[in-house]
Ligand binder design. Structure first.
Ligand code: KIV
Length: 303
């Protein structure tokens, strides 16, 4: 396994014990060894830090940011500058996990040169270790690879194609589309993609592609046979305010926890139960005595 060691500074490792940094070659070695890859989206410092400390292998600053953090209906509105802003925050939190940034809609849909220039920004200005692009954009993947920018491909249900697909629908459900998806995945890998996200495809299709592909597949709504799995953080902890998709497993109910905490805080404020005396700063005794003396003098003067 290809490794880079961090000299410490992360609470997930015991003091002085180096952390094994996850890299693209390391992810590929995990596939060869049959070791499942864990991936999670994250968009800010605290959740990225928790993901890193929990041992997640790959953190994706997904353009799902548009929906789960910014409240848009789909992923199309998020900009390069917004994605860079959040990628920087995640960068500050990660020590071990491999950091992938999503290229947003419109940032790579023109010329290869434009796509390359935008991808360079994610590496140079935000510290991404790879960029993710949707669709079978073989020429762009080749250009990015030649420019030393690792690429994660994304095939199947590609949310940036929502209008072409007519909604978020499971893809590759006919023999012809299955063969096309397979050919696209192989072409991306051949062009240099280091890993491929397979989203919203039948389990059997993902399994067959995973078996044929020389690079890892990371599944979301693609069944358990992919080399790794990714899920949107807000789905994992129930912070989406929407019914979960079939493939989502809720591992915690953060909405309930946070709602209860905020409600409790509001009640305490309304009942003057917060803050308590112990949660208050106090004037030093000497200052209090001096203040009392000044006030006494002023009262005597007025009398
Ligand atoms: O933007 C995102 O969160 C993604 C994952 C669903 C793979 O692309």
């Amino acid at each position: 396994m290809s490794v880079t060691n961090f000299p410490g500074g992360c609470s997930s490792a015991s003091a002085g014990v180096p952390i094994t940094k996850v890299t693209m070659p390391a992810l590929q070695e995990m596939k060869r060894q049959g070791k499942p890859i864990s991936a999670l989206t994250a968009y800010d410092y605290p959740t990225s830090r928790l993901a890193d400390e929990a041992g997640i292998d790959m953190v994706l600053v997904g353009d799902s940011l548009a929906m789960v953090v910014l409240g848009h209906e789909n992923t199309l509105a998020v900009t390069v500058d917004e994605m860079l802003h959040h990628t920087r925050a995640v960068r500050r939190a990660l020590r071990r996990a491999f950091l992938v940034a999503d290229m947003p809609f419109g940032s790579y849909h023109g010329t290869v040169a434009e796509g390359l220039a935008n991808a360079v920004r994610f590496v140079k200005e935000a510290g991404a270790e790879a960029v993710k692009i949707e669709g079978p954009r073989v020429d762009l993947v080749r250009a990015l690879t030649e420019a030393e920018i690792p690429v994660v491909g994304h095939l199947g249900l590609t949310p940036q194609s929502v209008h072409r697909m007519g909604g978020f629908r499971v893809q590759a459900r006919t023999a012809q589309t299955v063969l096309q998806l397979k050919a696209d995945a192989l072409a991306l890998a051949d062009a240099g993609a280091g890993a491929i996200v397979l989203e919203g495809v039948p389990r059997e299709v993902a399994a067959a592609i995973t078996a044929e592909l020389p690079v890892p597949t990371i599944g979301i709504g693609a069944g358990p046979d992919c080399d790794g799995q990714i899920i949107v953080f807000h789905d994992l902890v129930n912070l989406t305010f929407a019914p979960a998709a079939k493939f989502v497993r809720r591992y915690a109910d953060a909405a309930e926890l946070i709602h209860a905490a905020i409600e409790h805080y509001r009640e305490d404020v309304e009942h003057r139960a917060f803050p308590s005396d112990a949660e208050s700063y106090h004037l030093p005794e000497a200052a209090q005595r001096a203040l009392n003396a000044i006030q006494k003098k002023e009262t005597l003067k007025k009398a």
